[in-house]
Write a protein that binds this ligand. Structure first.
Ligand SMILES: [Zn+2]
Length: 655
């Protein structure tokens, strides 16, 4: 492993706390050291209190902070003498310990100190770094892990057998450290858990960490060389089969979920290993992953079987717990399937991607440990204790309440601008993941967030729609909501002058392509956990056609009729189909200045009059339409289908 220390960068960070922030971020930047909030660091400082009396303070990573992005404010200053007194207790319950830590910080508003604060205090070095390095885990998670660790490090590290994190671990280290440590000690290995390094300066502690990890990596290279995964051509996964699996996962979880598939060569190779059942069904690489990935992945697609086994695992282990426990949702978070590859499950895309990152590293650890002679995780009772540890559960609870469309996936056409773009925003704001289609390649850069999948696609191209739906299936596992928005509005042409080609083109874009997408989406919508929803963006021209807009008015009327038939035919599949009829929404791509002037002229009005020529004399915006479209997918409209709703400021020809 290459160290990232840089004198120029380091000089920008003032004082010991600044140096602590700097090297914490260096650790956080390397995912094979720590992932998503894992690991922790500290520095011991001497500071005067309000009366000028110096005291020792441990600045330790605050709970909820990530090493990659931590700031000085992310370290909680805890009184050292109190921590050292606590360390002398025989026992200290978790809740009590958390309270003691939180009530002995020297700065109001400091984050809750890491539950490893006492352990950091006990180590007699100024700087302490702790990671869950992949290479160390691969060596340690084997039958003869302790011996291999000794083979690599000799007596330069203290070795502590696995103990659950928290007070008991601090006690175990308090016993082992003085027994094994000497002047040449540079680190401490917690078997099946991770690695500590320490030093007099931030740089020394950081570089020792890098050196310790490098030695484990070298050992793996010598004793467990990695085979390169063979890239292989594959067809896209059967998206209805993917959606069926996603539905079963959602039913097990009790709410909609995102299923993100990773089907590159490495993930596929792992999912297809002949020994995958043996090596994947042991447990996590390090205990704190269990709250994200659960102890075991689902092998194949038997979700019901997984749930049954999880229930048995819960009951077996809950009996031994000191307090009454409530079972967490039993849905798997990781799926290994020979056709789908690695499936990552989450209530949100963010959660699914955390699962992805963690499991990708787990694959590396398992493969390396297997090559060393056999991956061996902790016994299930130890992992259960961490999975149901209230302090770990508190980390998840900080995520807050789920938004109304959390776990659901929407597909919006014509998403690069106007009403479509506004629909994407309104759906994202309600927690949905969104597949944003547009023929304009600018769609690719419109959103840079993982819960938007932008696809350049002309809706009249059937093969393009297939590719878009396959991509949606890979990224999120299916589709629950469909907003049919893409459309064209040619400039005014009276019927007498309307050519066949112009007519056909409008019909193709506004009508045929929507039928093609509806037909292809139906099996996915029918598998939506909360029932599928379709919102069709119609037009005021349906109830009140306009002169010079024959093709447009006819296409939108036919589309509306199509939607009504879909509502009839798909009601039994719990799919709701409703139509919005906007009028005079001028902040859209359809309304060039020329079209606007032309329309105004058709009605004998100025452009300004035309813009607010409705009963309420208001301008209707894309956002107004989008918010209504999103609401029509929500609980308020749960019992509404086949409806047509104008959103036009009131139109005297429609009313
Ligand atoms: Zn740890």
């Amino acid at each position: 492993m290459k160290g990232l220390w840089n004198d120029v960068d380091a000089a920008c960070w003032e004082g010991d706390l600044g140096q602590r922030v700097y090297t914490s971020r260096l650790l956080g930047r390397e995912p094979s050291l720590v992932l998503h909030g894992g690991g922790n660091t500290s520095v011991k400082l001497r500071e005067p209190d309000a009366f000028g009396t110096p005291r020792d303070v441990l600045y330790v990573k605050g709970s909820g902070w990530d090493l990659a992005t931590i700031e000085a404010a992310g370290f909680a200053p805890v009184l050292m003498d109190h921590l050292l007194r606590l360390a002398r207790l025989e026992q200290l319950a978790d809740e009590r310990m958390v309270n003691e830590l939180a009530t002995h910080v020297t700065r109001a508003g400091a984050p809750a100190p890491s539950v490893e604060a006492i352990l950091h205090a006990l180590l007699p070095h100024r700087f302490v770094d702790h990671t869950h390095a992949d290479a160390l885990l691969a060596v340690s998670d084997t039958a003869d892990g302790a011996a291999r660790v000794r083979e690599i490090y000799g007596d330069t590290v203290v070795v502590v057998p696995y103990v659950m994190p928290g007070f008991d671990l601090a006690r175990a280290c308090a016993r082992e450290f003085p027994r094994q440590a000497h002047a040449g000690t540079v680190g401490m290995v917690l078997l099946n858990h991770g690695l500590f390094s320490f030093g007099a300066t931030a740089r020394e502690s950081y570089e020792r960490m890098i050196d310790l990890v490098t030695r484990a990596e070298d050992y793996l290279r010598r004793h467990a060389p990695r085979a390169a995964a063979n890239p292989q051509y594959r067809d896209p996964p059967d998206r209805v089969a993917v959606a069926r699996l996603r539905r079963a996962l959602a039913d097990a979880a009790g709410h909609p979920v995102v299923l993100a598939l990773e089907d590159d060569a490495r993930a596929m190779a792992f999912a297809r290993r002949a020994d995958v059942a043996a090596i994947s069904q042991q447990g996590t690489a390090t205990p704190d992953h269990v709250i994200r990935t659960k102890r075991l992945p689902l092998l194949g697609r038997d979700v019901a079987g997984y749930v049954e086994a999880y229930r048995a695992y819960f009951e077996r282990n809950a009996r031994a717990a000191a307090r009454a426990l409530t079972m967490l949702d039993p849905a798997p978070r990781v799926v290994l399937d020979p056709e789908f590859g690695l499936g990552c499950v989450g209530r949100t895309v963010k959660d699914a991607l955390i699962v992805r990152d963690i499991y990708r590293h787990t694959i590396g650890v398992i493969e390396d440990a297997t090559a060393l002679g056999g991956f061996q995780a902790l016994p299930e009772a130890d992992l259960f204790a961490v999975e149901y540890w209230e302090l770990e559960q508190a980390k998840l609870a900080r995520g807050g309440a789920a938004r109304p469309f959390a776990g659901e996936v929407a597909l919006v056409t014509g998403a690069a601008s106007g009403i479509g773009r506004a629909c994407v925003e309104s759906l994202l704001a309600r927690g949905a993941a969104v597949v944003a289609l547009d023929r304009d390649a600018a769609i690719a850069g419109r959103w840079t967030r993982p819960d938007v999948l932008a696809v350049t696609c002309d809706v009249t191209d059937g093969a393009g729609l297939e590719r878009a739906l396959d991509a949606a299936s890979r990224a999120f596992g299916g589709i629950d909501l469909l907003v049919l928005n893409a459309g064209m509005f040619p400039g005014g042409t009276r019927l007498a002058a309307l050519g066949d080609d112009a007519w056909r083109q409008v019909m193709q874009v506004n009508l045929d392509s929507n039928l093609a997408l509806l037909r292809r989406s139906h099996p996915l919508l029918a598998l939506a956990r909360r029932g599928g929803r379709v919102v069709v963006i119609g037009s005021k021209n349906v109830p009140a056609p306009g002169p010079g807009a024959g093709a447009y008015s006819a296409s939108k009327a036919a589309l509306t009729q199509l939607a009504r038939v879909a509502a009839l035919e798909w009601g039994a599949d719990r799919i709701r189909v409703n139509v919005l009829h906007p009028n005079a929404v001028f902040d859209t791509g359809l309304w060039s200045d020329a079209v606007l002037a032309d329309r105004a002229q058709q009605y004998g009005m100025s452009v300004e009059e035309y813009k607010t020529s409705n009963v309420l004399r208001v301008e209707v915006t894309s956002r107004d339409v989008a918010e209504l479209a999103a609401e029509m997918c929500g609980a308020l409209f749960d019992k509404v289908t086949g409806a047509q709703l104008p959103v036009d400021g009131g139109n005297d020809r429609v009313i």
